[in-house]
Structure formats: C-alpha cells, structure tokens
Design a protein around this ligand. Structure first.
Ligand SMILES: C[S@@+](CC[C@H](N)C(=O)[O-])C[C@H]1O[C@@H](n2cnc3c(N)ncnc32)[C@H](O)[C@@H]1O
Length: 446
C-alpha cells in the first residue's frame, strides 16, 4: 500500500464515501434494483447482481472502514472493537439460536413478553439481548405509543426471510466461533517453536475445543456435523450446513458457474458422480438443465434424508443418493466426477487421499470437474478492494482453526493433482476472483 494511502484526511475519506455512494445508487438505478434501507420492507440483497455493483460496494466498504478508524481515533477504534466484538457476536448467536426473528411479525410489532414466550427464554434475557441487538440495527423500538414493543429492521427481516442467512450465522458463529476463539491455545500447544503449521487434523483448534466436555469429542467438523444431536435434533447441523451451501450458491451466483463449468450437453448421455454433493442441491440443478445427465450424489449418512426430502419427483429416475466416504475406494464407474467445494476443507495429504480414492473406478478419458474456492491468491492484488481480500483471509483463518489447512492459489491445486497421480492431465483452468471460484478440469490418462 502506498504511504499516502495511510494518511487520508477525514474530509477526503468523507468525499470518497459520498462519491462511491452516489455511484452505487446510480448503478442500482441503471440495473432497476431497488436500493436497500433500514426498514423491514427493504430488499435484503444487492450484491449478487453485477460485478460492477459488487466491486463498488466493496470499495465503499473500504472507505467507510478507514473513515470509521480515523474518526474514532486509532486506539479508540481498537478499544471499541474489543469492547463490542464478542457481545455483538453473542447477541446475534442467541437471537439466531432461539429464533427471535419469527417472534416478531414482519408488518407489526411484538412485546418482550411475546418474544420470551416464543423463545421460551426468561423475559430478562430477551430484554437484555434485544437491547444490544437494537444498537446493531437488529430490530428497532416501535414508534410511540408502542415504545415498549419492537419491530423488524431490514437486517432482522433478512434473517427472518432467509433460511440460508440463518444457516450461515449458525455455521460461522455457533459452529466456528468457539474453535476460533481458542486458536491461540492451539497454536501455543502445537505450533510454537515449529517452522511450519502442523497438518495433523488431531491438532487443530477445532479438535482441541471438541476434546470432551460441553462440545463433545470430535476430531473434525464433519464428525461433529454428522453426529451431534439426539432424537429430532439428529442431523440438525448437516441440515443447517446444507442450507449454508445453498445460500452461498445463491449469493455468489455459483449456479451459473456450475451449469457452465463444462459443456455438459456436449458430454452426451453420461454418468456423473457428485462427490460430497451434500443433499443434492447442485445435482438437482444440473439434472434439471441437462436431461442427458445421470447423477449419483455421494455424501455422509445424514445427507441421505435431506436428499430424499428435496429430490424433485421428476428427477428421481436420474438422480440418486449413495452414502459414501470419499476416503474409501470409489465404487461408481462414471464419465465425470464433480468435486465442488470439497478439497479446500482438507490439508494436502487428505486432498491427495481423496483424489487417489477415485482411481479404482477411473476409466481412461474420465473427467474430473474440480470447482473450488480461490479466495486468496499467492500474490496480493492491490487493485482489489481490501474487503474482498478479507473474504479470502477470513476463510483462510477459519480453515486454519477447523482443519489446519489453508486457502490455496491455483498453482497449489495443480500441484495437489500432480502429487495425487501424474495421470491426471489438467486440461483447463478458469479462475475468477469476483466469483471466488475456480474450475479446473482434469482427464484421467489411465
Ligand atoms: C463444503 S461442503 C460442499 C458441498 C457441495 N459439494 C457444494 O458445493 O455445495 C462439503 C461436503 O463434504 C461432505 N463430506 C465431509 N466429509 C466427507 C466424507 N468423508 N465423505 C463424503 N463426504 C464428506 C460434507 O458432508 C459436505 O456436504
């Protein structure tokens, strides 16, 4: 970063904020997108429309962040952050876990007693959590004469309207929060004095956090997601995770990326295996668009019921679910293997094991369509807004906490394929930092 970038003035940043806000407003208008407000009837999403809108929005975010720092003062900005970050996360987590969202009608208001009844929490707890939530624009006091009641804002309404946003909150805060908070403990135990971060999955912050006690005994998040919960709650984390994956697809428009990842139509009448395909959401889209595809979705046990619940009747003859761990030898001989958002959750050794497990079923010419996240490239691109880099660096630290692995640039993915087996010929790579996704196609030489 140029030294002058580190000496902005308050009014200079204010002017940037004004200019970028006006550009964003104009772009929204030109694209016939209603601008968001803080009210409950606001549109809840604007980022998925065009890359120009997305980049402008992120530049505005950068300018506002800088303005926020220098307008508070450097030390006060740290003080305020430290003071608020945990209560902010805790309040959101509580409101999400106990579904405060649906306790308040979208076009009306609710009293604290109403919300307490709905959530089965003591009124005192609801009152205190809501008071903090209101400072963050989750809910607002209803206007007099109903000042003792609360109504939705656009943020709380977004959480009411979108099950994907609720699932994202579950996963990023409830599931990943505790391990991320004890990362220093894990690094103290497993990393201090070592030249490299351990790649042992038994030595992650996640495994340390889940080594008995309240959060159970699990080595990887997948063990936890598959096994937490009793009775009706069994499989709840896998269901929520499935929602999160669908939501990511919606937000980043990755459906188009998948549908155009290769020329699926030209592939002819082919069998596809969707490895780690969750409850089948990608396979349903593929099968709907391409009647020439016959797809087997493979994933862990708890994804089976999600698949059965969601599979459209007219696709049942062409899309099926098969419980299968991708560390075991691949049982299905297919023409195309789709590996989407799988390997980035694993250290190199496990990625290589997953790719090698395909070999027993690979026939010469079989295609691997690898779609994964490239949020963080090896080189820092100064032209991309910092807040876009932050998407990648946040995922990267989450990966460290959960799996002892990291976000990888394209070159690292190629190397993993080569190390797994030289007979994987990489024939195409397509990477776009704005969709955060890359597509790499490999053909098994045999
Ligand atoms: C990040 S999600 C990706 C899901 C889907 N491919 C997508 O792009 O939305 C990773 C998936 O890997 C699955 N998974 C984890 N461990 C697995 C294993 N050993 N065998 C098969 N699937 C596994 C999880 O259940 C989850 O559905």
């Amino acid at each position: 970063m140029a030294a002058s970038d580190l000496k902005p003035t308050l009014s200079g940043l204010g002017a940037q904020v004004k200019e970028l806000s006006e550009t964003l407003e104009r772009l929204l208008k030109e694209n016939s997108i209603e601008a968001p407000t803080l009210a409950a009837d606001s549109p809840i999403n604007i980022s998925k429309y065009t890359s120009e809108i997305f980049v402008t929005k992120q530049k505005l975010q950068d300018s506002m962040n800088d303005l926020s720092i220098i307008s508070q003062g450097p030390s006060e900005s740290v003080f305020n952050y430290c003071h608020n970050v945990m209560p902010d996360a805790a309040a959101l987590n509580i409101m999400n876990r106990f579904d405060f969202w649906s306790a308040v009608p979208l076009d009306g208001s609710a009293s604290i007693a109403d919300i307490a009844k709905h959530t089965s929490l003591p009124e005192e707890v609801v009152q205190r959590v809501i008071e903090h939530g209101i400072t963050l624009r989750y809910f607002a006091y209803a206007k007099p004469p109903l000042a003792s009641r609360v109504q939705h804002t656009s943020r709380s309404a977004a959480l009411l309207k979108s099950s994907g946003l609720r699932a994202l909150t579950d996963s990023c805060i409830e599931l990943c929060g505790p391990p991320m908070m004890i990362m220093p403990e894990a690094l103290e135990k497993y990393a201090v004095g070592k030249p490299n971060l351990t790649k042992n999955m038994k030595e992650t912050a996640f495994a340390l956090c889940h080594s008995g006690g309240n959060w159970g005994n699990y080595v990887t998040p997948w063990d936890y997601i598959e096994n937490d919960g009793e009775g009706e709650k069994k499989g709840w984390l896998q269901r929520s995770f499935n929602e999160w994956m669908q939501y990511i697809k919606e937000i980043f428009n990755t459906n188009d990326v998948l549908l155009n990842a290769i020329d699926w139509r030209a592939a002819g009448e082919v069998k596809v295996v969707d490895i780690g395909g969750s409850g089948g959401h990608d396979s349903f889209e593929l099968a709907k668009s391409y009647p020439n595809l016959n797809i087997v979705v493979q994933d862990l046990r708890e994804c089976g019921p999600i698949f059965e619940k969601n599979v459209p009747t007219d696709l049942k003859s062409r899309v099926s679910f098969r419980e299968h761990s991708f560390f075991n030898p691949q049982p299905v001989e297919a023409d195309i293997y789709l590996i989407k958002l799988i390997l980035h959750d694993w250290p190199d050794k496990e990625c290589i094991d997953i790719l090698r497990a395909l070999r027993p079923s690979l026939k010469p010419g079989a295609r691997i369509v690898f779609v994964d996240y490239v949020g963080k490239q090896a080189e820092f691109d100064p032209n991309l807004p910092r807040s876009i880099h932050q998407f990648g660096t946040s995922t990267d630290l989450r990966m460290m906490a959960l799996f002892n692995c990291q976000e990888r640039p394209v070159s690292a993915w190629k190397e993993i394929f080569h190390k797994a087996d030289e007979r994987f010929d990489i024939v195409r790579v397509d990477a776009n930092p704005l969709t955060f996704l890359m597509i790499m196609e490999a053909i098994w030489r045999g």
